[in-house]
Write a protein that binds this ligand. Sequence first.
Ligand code: ADP
Ligand code: MG
Ligand code: MG
Length: 252
Amino acid sequence: TPLLEVRGLTASVKETGQQILAGVNLTIGTGEIHAIMGKNGSGKSTLTKVLVGHPHYEVTGGTILFKGEDLLEMEPEERSLAGLFMSFQAPIEIPGVSNFDFLLMAVNARREKSGLPALGPLEFYSVVSPKVDALKMDPKFLDRNVNEGFSGGERKRNEILQLSVIGADLALLDEIDSGLDVDALEDVANAVNGLLTPQNSVLMITHYQRLLDLIKPSYVHIMENGKIIKTGDSSLATSISEGGFKSIAALV
Ligand code: ADP
Ligand code: MG
Ligand code: MG
């Protein structure tokens, strides 16, 4: 079974009933890197939000299987515990909760689910500390409240720290390259590449070739008007960066 199988997925904004996703088909196998590209407003972020069960959207049709199980039957927390991770374009602040405590809670929730004993703070520190170093983050980060007062670049690094500490079978990375300078992008890309194993997969959304030069996709999808209209290999991304999305329209 594929890791993720999306069939005919349609979804609307709950409040207004406006349809955003208009029949998405997407299959992701284990150990694969997928990239979704597409013009602003084509529905890329909405797709990832629907996958994690964001409350602003209502699924009106289609199916989503994650590891063979009906994802739509699962609460957002269950999806996360089942191994789905999402980075947010604008990550949320959690007042009063330090990064360290947040990560420890997240890790222990997963350990509990797997029948493993909880990690204590000291034990956990030895796990998290090398990952903080690898992302060239200041260790003081751990004491700060989740995302509070973080710069754009700090937030992005912090999201990838969350991913590397918590782990995931499928990581949804929405524009992790936005607002990162070249050096920061390289650190983040190295961290993501370091997490990839034959057992897990990544779905990343980006406008830019430069991210795809650093994290090489096995598949590139083009989204338009709430649908994936074309799938190809990494050369598809090259065509887009050279000729724009209109160059693709001619191929569809
Ligand atoms: P992308 O990530 O491809 O830029 P989005 O998924 O963010 O696109 O948005 C797709 C379309 O749906 C846009 O026109 C956007 O304005 C609209 N949309 C998405 N979420 C909402 C929402 N919660 N309320 C109203 N409109 C929304
Ligand atoms: Mg957008
Ligand atoms: Mg978006």
